[in-house]
Design a protein around this ligand. Sequence first.
Ligand code: ZN
Length: 430
Amino acid sequence: MLGSEYTHPRDEILQVMERIYRYRMTTTSGGNISVREPGGDLWITPARVDKGSLRREDIVLVGADGSVEGRHRPSSEFPLHAAVYAARPDYTAVVHAHPAALVAFSMAQQVPDTKLFHQARHVCGTAGFAKYELPGSEQLGRTVAAVFESGRDCVILQNHGVITGAADLAQAFHRFETLEFTARILIKARLLDRPEFLSESDLALADGAATSLPHFQQPAPSTAEKEVRRTLCDFVRRAYRQRLFISTQGSFSARLDEASFLITPYAVDRGLISPEDVVLVRDGAAESGKHASRAAHLHDAIYRAHPRTAAVINAYPVNATAFSVTRQTLDSRTIPESYVVLREVGRAPFGVQFQEPEEIVRMISGDRPSILLENDGVLVTGSSVLDAFDRLEVLESTAEAIINARAIGPLSNLPAGVIEELDRVFLGKG
Ligand SMILES: [Zn+2]
């Protein structure tokens, strides 16, 4: 996780600010984070210090009695943070910043509808909206605190940004990141077509699908297993860095042998995953003491039916996922690389992944190695971890190129004659 019960608030705040800045979810001057101690003391980022080079000694401690300890003044949004804590005694952490997609929503005076994805609804709830007030003012604090008081955990600030709160800083960050991703995907989807949202019964279906696998006692892992654990973790962290996963979403598995595979765990931060977090699944049972990703059932069914499949990924890259929330098909006949790597991109209606995984297993083939899961991202298979990862990257860059091309002018696909030639030369057909 981001931080733990042993992490000092200064370090927790630094870790989260570092991520927000590195992934361009704030500018150097914008954004502030605070952590509240049980006694009411508040650790907060300083005013006017470069967010790209923040150090632990820069974090300011504001005592419950109003005393200030530190080498800088506390953030100018201290009154905003203080007002939110007063309204929500259940919070120990607040994150505020100006990430571009949520700022776009704040300017359009809208909130992103988290019913776009089950996970977004689960992590963020329903987002609230607070009308414009002067930054740094007591009035901004009062206006925003009233929205938190009504039970919202994520609030869009009109013509300003977003603020999230939670019982710990990791969760406040996950809400912030998940809402920003939902907003990015919605914007891309709106460029393509009209996005579709999940109904309450769709959401309930996904809730009910969280069945865990039976467990078995695992013997000491072989060296081959350790190698696969290591490789898988390297690629999961890479997928996070490349923004193909976010911290709360994305599953990646790799085959170990005929009867077993390794998969990412449920609810462990994808940016920090380590080899011991990965879960071994053998003959449909998971190693004891760990929770396999919710996608484990589906991956299990795929490995059983497709002996040449060695890796499976569920991911939520912004552009490909935008296709999954509209009715637009993703046609790979754009450039030779896309066609040769992706071939046909399948599409599965929402809920099939929970109710009839066999349906998805039947859809997958050598000619259709990836599937858009409606309102649930993309499913990609490969003959190795690298092969699946490469296909995921090609899928995402193809989706991005199509969305961008539509803004330039009518799109022209590779003609039938070119496709026949690619089939012959690269895919050994005809
Ligand atoms: Zn601000």
